[in-house]
Write a protein that binds this ligand. Sequence first.
Ligand code: NAI
Ligand code: 13P
Length: 331
Amino acid sequence: MRISVLGAGSWGTTMAALLSKRHDTLVWAREPGLAEEISDKHHNGLFLPGHTLPDTLRATGDLVEATERAQVLVIGIPTHAFRAVLDGIRDHVPPWIPVVSLAKGLEQGSHLRMTQVVEQVLPGHPPAALTGPNLAKEILSGKAAATVIATENATVAKTLQEILQRGLLRVYTNGDVAGCELGGALKNVIAIAAGMAEGLAVGDNTRAAVITRGLAELTQLGVAMGGRAATFAGLTGLGDLMATCLSQQSRNRHVGEELGKGRALPDILDEMVMVAEGVRTTQVAVELGDRLGLELPICRTIGRVLDGEMTAKEAYAGLRNIPAGEEAGPW
Ligand SMILES: NC(=O)C1=CN([C@@H]2O[C@H](COP(=O)(O)OP(=O)(O)OC[C@H]3O[C@@H](n4cnc5c(N)ncnc54)[C@H](O)[C@@H]3O)[C@@H](O)[C@H]2O)C=CC1
Ligand SMILES: O=C(CO)COP(=O)(O)O
């Protein structure tokens, strides 16, 4: 099987490395010199310093070359650039091949999920999302993980499951594409909140409360947008929420932790090479809450901190003032 992965960031490179052990895999790297570094030196010093990549993985700096050869196209581009990259390849994608999104976020402005962007830009190509508790560096280090391939067509799901499955990567299928993508996108907002708890040293009880009420909030919004409630209790919801909120490796949690220490968002983002999708997704979540008439207290509070309207300390003090009510979640 010829697989092309567009985007040689930490997750695109990791998936490409895994796939290259069983399939003829080519990864597209945008950064000058990175394709040569991956192909010849088996390193990606920019996004995965200290990790050795398999000799089987090849990279190119030519986007069209990577696209035209593919039998499966995997998109490892963050949401802010996802549509632009698809626009650039639309005339070169071989007919009918599946297009798998690795991205976790929602498009600003349109509020669309990435498989919906695929449907718009590349109609006729079965869209799928690979999502779950999958911190790239752990997977690249050979640690076991479970993930989900979400796509509506059961035959495509089975085929992609077979292609992606490896000994240490357990791939489940799920037909609730909206639920799976929304869980992956919205957990990043809650991870910023959980990171703030760490930075503020408010304690593990508070952190657990915010993560749990965060799950209720993302489930409420996700169900209002067409996801199934049960999906948010699975790998792509609760599972990914746990991985992202608890791991020192999470970029979103890192942003929250630094905000909790009192640092300014532009300074935090300036020193990061990698993307923290939750920063943009928070704004989309708040806009969706307005449109759907949902309270979403955690998302809105995080939005105010990111906008500089309040400090993380004020945010946590404010969350205490929200009336507690009955616990029953939206499920
Ligand atoms: N790193 C991880 O552990 C995981 C990441 N994800 C998701 O995968 C997506 C990609 O994340 P990472 O690989 O971690 O990001 P990264 O920050 O490591 O790499 C970003 C990639 O996107 C490319 N890119 C950035 N701006 C671009 C533009 N304007 N035009 C074209 N390409 C551009 C970069 O060249 C690079 O290849 C995100 O949506 C992230 O939430 C999902 C699961 C795990
Ligand atoms: O999605 C992820 C783990 O499943 C990666 O999270 P971060 O983008 O916060 O690093």
